[in-house]
Design a protein around this ligand. Structure first.
Ligand code: PHE
Length: 542
């Protein structure tokens, strides 16, 4: 194959000689070999960008020789070989001798040689010539087909195809004409205005290369979001869509007070043990929490105060509440936010609130394929008068449906801060089983009343992990491949910006784009992508 420069020159000189090139299939290099059409296209595009040529693609059917056809075109047909192998004169040759001399050609060529009346049988088993000379039409035909891509006689073509000597193929080629700036000389084009060009004034006469707006851009090397952050954004959007406000979750280090005590979690509860919770060494404590609230909480823990409860019946210690820890759940933030809500609405009268948060929490756990010492929690909280368990269940149904989980079940459980409490299960279609996805409940009066909320205010809340849905969506089976020091950064970099999921939205369907997809699936994907593009365009327009 010629180099690009040679090909461009070939196109230009041919155009100069002939005015047009009807079909680039017949372009031949100086040594007579045909040119590769893909290379021709490259040359044509480059010349067209300079307006030196114009071209149209053409599609044709051409006949080409099979490997056997090529061999016959070169060395003659089987029947001609048979004729050649039979000596002139009355003696002839025995069939076994012919077989020994020609091999395969002997058996294939004999029939045709008989039919052409070139040879005949002589008993007992001899073959003799019955003409002096022959014309090997097959060889001639095949040679013609090879150089022109066809034969005038369609029946002949069909016959050669049947004999597996020739076959039809679609070829792509181009018809080329001169462009407005046609010339035999390829001018060098500048791609940049350089300092030197500005200095010398050369820029005034320079020939600048045109922008190619069809070029595929270079993939940007930065700015990839971690899958967890992408799924977090999807959850955030569901919450915003449903009128929730995001809680500030920037305090990874929290006091035991907000993380446990304010949640009516007794101070001797096993979760407050170093086996489950990371304690901060320096500083180890804080007393920065409201002391009047602390007093109310102390009383409720000890004897229930005026909440109607009898409390836990133990001596509550401030030192225990002062211990600094890495928060073990985002409910620490929820308790603080509910206190703030009570404070803000103390005088003006209560207003309902819907809060959510999605952020990191820490637990002193041994790490395995499904557990890490740090992970992300998604938490939702709704505070209003007269809320009931039915509201929680109804709300969960809507919320999880938006996430693509439409079969939800609940199972009673225990949390120190909620009563009733329910574990949330979702039907997993792949595993054909119910999978635990979260925990929920109605905050206890022992928690809400000390915070200062009016007695008729009910708060429903739920929490779930962010890692599990992310692993499902991204097909990751080991949590350590998703988070932590063993994560392959390519996972983050190589994940597509949009991800198409089953049931994530009406227009989305279940395809993992990294897997080779079937043709029909590809169509669905492109339809879905087009839908998304339209949606985004509408968003931009509106
Ligand atoms: N904090 C709970 C957990 O860590 C989740 C939860 C939040 C439960 C709110 C009930 C209400 O599992």
């Amino acid at each position: 194959m010629s180099s690009q420069d040679d090909l461009q020159t070939l196109v230009l000189t041919t155009l100069d000689k002939q005015g047009v090139i009807e079909d680039t299939t017949y372009l031949k290099t100086a040594d007579g070999s045909p040119v590769d059409q893909l290379a021709v296209l490259g040359a044509l595009n480059s010349l067209r960008s300079k307006d030196m040529v114009d071209y149209k693609s053409i599609e044709r059917e051409v006949w080409t020789l099979t490997e056997e056809g090529q061999e016959l075109a070169e060395s003659g047909s089987h029947e001609a070989r048979v004729f050649d192998a039979v000596p002139a004169g009355p003696e002839g040759i025995t069939i076994p001798d012919l077989q020994a001399k020609l091999g395969k050609s002997a058996s294939i060529g004999q029939g045709k040689a008989f039919k052409n009346k070139w040879i005949n049988k002589k008993p007992p088993n001899y073959l003799v010539r019955i003409v002096d000379s022959i014309v090997d039409q097959t060889k001639i035909d095949l040679q013609q087909l090879q150089s022109t891509g066809t034969l005038p006689d369609a029946k002949l073509l069909a016959d050669y195809k049947k004999r597996k000597l020739a076959d039809k193929q679609k070829v792509f080629a181009y018809s080329v004409s001169k462009g407005t700036d046609f010339s035999l000389e390829i001018k060098k084009e500048a791609t940049d205005v350089t300092y030197e060009m500005l200095q010398s004034g050369e820029w005034k006469n320079a020939n600048f290369k045109k922008y190619n707006f069809d070029a595929v851009g270079v993939a940007p090397s930065g700015g990839a979001l971690h899958p967890l952050m992408k799924v977090r954004q999807e959850f955030r959007e569901i919450f915003f869509e449903m009128g929730f406000q995001e809680m500030p979750t920037n305090r990874f280090v929290e006091s035991s007070f907000w993380n446990f005590d304010a949640l009516f979690q007794p101070q001797q509860h096993p979760a407050r043990d170093a086996h489950d919770t990371f304690f901060i060494k320096d500083p180890a404590t804080t007393d920065r929490f409201p002391k009047d609230l602390m007093e109310r909480i102390k009383v409720v823990h000890e004897n229930g105060g005026d909440t109607g409860s009898i409390g836990y019946n133990y001596h509550w210690k401030q030192e225990e509440a002062e211990k600094l820890i890495l928060r073990t759940h985002t409910t620490a933030v929820s308790s603080y936010m509910l206190y703030k809500l009570a404070q803000e609405t103390k005088d003006s009268g209560f207003r309902p609130a819907k809060y959510f948060s999605i952020d990191r929490v820490f637990r002193n756990e041994s790490v395995d394929a499904t557990h890490l010492a740090e992970f992300h929690q998604i938490e939702g909280v709704i505070a209003d008068k007269n809320l009931s368990l039915a509201d929680l269940i109804g709300f969960m149904d809507v919320f999880f449906k938006k996430m693509g989980m439409d079969k939800i079940r609940f199972k009673p459980t225990y949390n120190p801060y909620t009563e009733p409490s329910m574990e949330i299960f979702s039907w997993h279609d792949g595993l054909k089983t119910w999978v635990e996805i979260g925990n929920s409940g109605m905050f206890r009066p022992e928690m809400l009343l000390p915070l200062g909320l009016p007695p008729d205010v009910r708060v429903i809340a739920w929490g779930l992990g962010l890692e599990r849905p992310t692993m499902v969506k991204y097909g990751i089976s080991n949590i350590r491949d998703l988070l932590g020091h063993k994560v392959n950064l390519a996972l983050i970099h190589d994940n597509a910006v949009p991800r198409l999921d089953k049931k994530m939205g009406k227009e989305l369907i279940g395809i993992n784009l990294e897997q080779p997809a079937e043709e029909s699936t590809k169509e669905k994907v492109s339809a879905a992508v087009q839908g998304l593009v339209n949606k985004v365009e509408n968003m931009v327009v509106n």
